[in-house]
Design a protein around this ligand. Structure first.
Ligand code: ZN
Ligand code: ZN
Length: 334
């Protein structure tokens, strides 16, 4: 089969032929139809992930049907549909044992410390797996861990509930468009921030109540202020986001597109009793909830493009230049 490899940082991925994998004792082999391209894959290519083991097959957005399994795998069977976490939790540390496996101190991340998903057949540890309901499209199961489940995790950490106002930055991107839809399923009011004029129509169609841009904190305050900010962009919007919060509100950090530090107005944070919280990936519980929302047709996958493995470098370029307003998937049947 074909697989894409990152062999050198800041270089294009290379397509090579490799053997199809066999499962280890604790693993299954999954046949994938799609895998998602994540901005994290681009940051890895650009050298921002310290734990990357080059050469590596990138990609961590994994779902499909089990075609082989190892002798210790009991909870999953051949032909069943599964989604995978983006990492392999150890199953033994204090975080794994308390259901917070996203914080596992021993986790290995697909596409960085172990070979990832840019290939049709992938071996995955059983500790990473979640069952997928039969009635949902492959396009939903593939984004359940890193997009929809990750957003559910972040909104929960921010204490989402009905009647709260959520500000979403970078709302026109792959994560942002799904975040709008998911925040609406909780009954929240959604204010969406974007710098791309052409994305505004799609943002409203996704369910946003208001769209803001530029120095947006004044506008957000005019709409009553934000109880929760989902900070997807990071450094570039951090300060305006902080100033958009209500007293007692929470800024939940989920992305940092241009990795760098932000200045922190400490006095303002104290005076308004705000919380700044990092939200990391998703747990199996989050992924199951995301799949359930898809199964109930309360959220739908927002796919911008489906490209072949050979076109993965072009897709990276589209994302770097913000030409996408939804997820780009690799179609592994192409
Ligand atoms: Zn991802
Ligand atoms: Zn662990």
């Amino acid at each position: 089969m074909k697989a894409a490899f990152l062999k050198k940082l800041n270089s294009e991925l290379e397509i090579d032929d490799i053997e199809e994998p066999e499962p280890g004792d604790d693993e299954v082999v999954i046949e994938q139809r799609y895998t998602g391209i994540c901005y994290r894959d681009i940051l890895t290519m650009q050298g921002f992930q310290p734990r990357v083991n080059i050469p590596v097959i990138p990609g961590h957005e994994i779902s499909g049907r089990i075609i082989k399994k190892g002798k210790n795998v009991e909870s999953f069977n051949i032909n069943e549909r599964v989604s995978s976490l983006i990492y392999i939790p150890c199953g033994k540390c204090e975080f794994c044992l308390s259901g917070n496996e996203n914080l596992c101190v021993n986790k290995r991340i697909f596409g960085e410390s172990v070979n990832g998903a840019y290939r049709k057949y992938i071996n995955v540890n059983m500790n990473s797996l979640v069952h997928v309901p039969d009635n949902i499209p492959e396009e939903s199961s593939v984004i359940a861990a890193c997009v929809t489940g990750m957003i559910i995790h972040a909104l929960r950490i921010g204490n989402i509930s009905e009647k709260k106002t959520v500000l979403i930055t970078g709302a026109g991107g792959g994560v942002g468009m799904h975040a709008i839809e998911i925040a609406k399923t909780y009954g929240a009011t959604v204010i969406a921030e974007t710098t791309s004029e052409w994305k505004k129509k799609a943002i409203y169609e996704a369910g946003a109540d208001y769209v803001v841009s530029g120095s947006y904190s004044k506008d957000v305050k005019n709409y009553g202020g934000a109880d929760i900010v989902l900070e997807i962009v990071g450094k570039d919007t951090f300060n305006e986001s902080l100033r958009s919060l209500k007293t007692g509100g929470s800024l939940v950090l989920i992305g940092n597109v241009r990795p760098a530090s932000a200045e922190m107005p400490i006095g303002l944070i104290i005076m308004k009793g705000n919380k700044i919280i990092g939200s990391l990936s998703s747990t199996r519980k989050d992924v199951s909830e995301a799949l359930q929302l898809s199964s109930e047709k309360r959220i739908s996958p927002r796919i911008f493009d489906k490209v072949s493995l050979n076109d993965v470098n072009r897709a990276f370029d589209d994302m770097i230049n913000k030409r996408n307003n939804g997820r780009i998937l690799i179609d592994l049947n192409k």
